[in-house]
Write a protein that binds this ligand. Structure first.
Ligand code: CUA
Length: 334
């Protein structure tokens, strides 16, 4: 279960960071599908499972029957030796052939349901996997965000999946199939989420050091809430007036944070690392692995390598005061 992974992966850490709350988040599972796509995949699994269980039952029954019925008894002679039976061999070749055809047809029907051709439809969301975080772009509104994916409920969404560096795999089990994120080409995923809520996912393909710390939080909300969220994302945060936050903004520019990150309305215009324009609106930090609180944010900016070993955010040797100033500044970004 991904929920367990999310909570257990942080428990071995000596740092005083808190993991995100799992309240109101259903257990992550392919058996609780929340989209027609995930439902089709679950149905295919049950169909395959039923066939496998049926074959297993026949094998176990025949084996048990033969072991008992034909067991060796004192005084038995050597059994009749038979080599080849044309009828039997034809039967046990043709019967599995029908099973394979049934599996093939069921799989093809499911693939067509889950992955219908996209035609000339433009993607609603572009997911770009990075070592080790997720970038989400909404081409229609121009919103760019990271790690927490917002989606309107009851809308058929076309999601394009890409990678910026190495192969990753986008997977939210409740919502749909695993989709490879390949550098240089894109894959498509249809998602039609019907139940509002938060769904957890993860990168499902080993992609280097922090692969296990590349969590996804998919937030499905009503159309109204989603439109409101989109509007809030388009708002350019005000320049901080509070002296601590202003110092944080200055440190952010001086300590090279601005060379990788993007914050609308400032000189930080790079797209190498997550867009921080509305960081304060997110529930989690570091790709869903820690809660978005002031003390966690201080730990994250001052000791990134301890929280997410091998991540690309360098340790800037910030003093506690500097970390506090930067965290105070980032918390004003909403
Ligand atoms: Cu990204 Cu594994």
């Amino acid at each position: 279960m991904i929920n367990d992974i999310h909570s257990s992966m942080m428990s071995s850490m000596p740092l005083a960071v808190t993991t995100p709350s799992l309240n109101n988040i259903p257990p992550t599972s392919v058996f609780h599908p929340s989209t027609p796509q995930a439902e089709s995949i679950a149905k295919l699994f049950y169909f395959d499972l039923a066939i496998a269980v049926f074959i297993l039952a026949i094998v176990v029954f025949l084996l048990t029957f033969i072991l008992i019925r034909f067991r060796h008894k004192p005084g038995d002679r050597m059994p009749y030796q038979q080599h080849g039976n044309y009828k039997l061999e034809t039967m046990w070749t043709v019967a599995p052939g029908f099973v394979v055809i049934a599996l093939l047809v069921a799989t093809a029907v499911t693939m067509h349901k889950v992955h219908p051709p996209q035609g000339d439809r433009k993607p609603d969301i572009i997911v770009i996997a990075h070592q080790w975080w997720w970038e989400y772009r909404y081409p229609a509104s121009g919103v760019v965000t990271a790690n927490e994916l917002h989606m309107p409920a009851d809308t058929r969404l076309l999601v394009e999946v890409q990678a910026a560096d190495v192969i990753h795999d986008f997977w939210v089990p409740d919502l749909g199939p695993k989709t490879d994120a390949n550098p240089g080409s894109s894959n498509h995923l249809w998602i039609n989420p019907h139940t509002p809520g938060t769904y957890l996912g993860t990168c499902a393909e080993y992609c280097g050091g922090a692969h296990a710390l590349m969590g996804i939080r998919a937030i499905v909300e009503s159309r109204e809430d989603f439109d409101q969220w989109t509007q809030s994302q388009l708002h350019v945060p005000e320049t901080p007036t509070d002296p601590v936050a202003s110092r944080g903004a200055q440190l952010f520019a001086e300590r090279t944070c601005a060379n990788c990150h993007f914050i609308a309305g400032t000189d930080a215009q790079a797209r190498v690392a997550p867009d921080l324009t509305h960081l304060a609106d997110r529930d989690t930090l570091a790709s869903g692995i820690i809660e978005n609180t002031h003390s966690n944010l201080m730990e994250w900016v001052s000791k990134p390598q301890s929280i997410k070993p091998s991540c690309n955010m360098p340790d800037m040797w910030l003093t506690e005061d500097e970390a506090n100033a930067i965290a105070t500044y980032l918390e004003e970004l909403k």
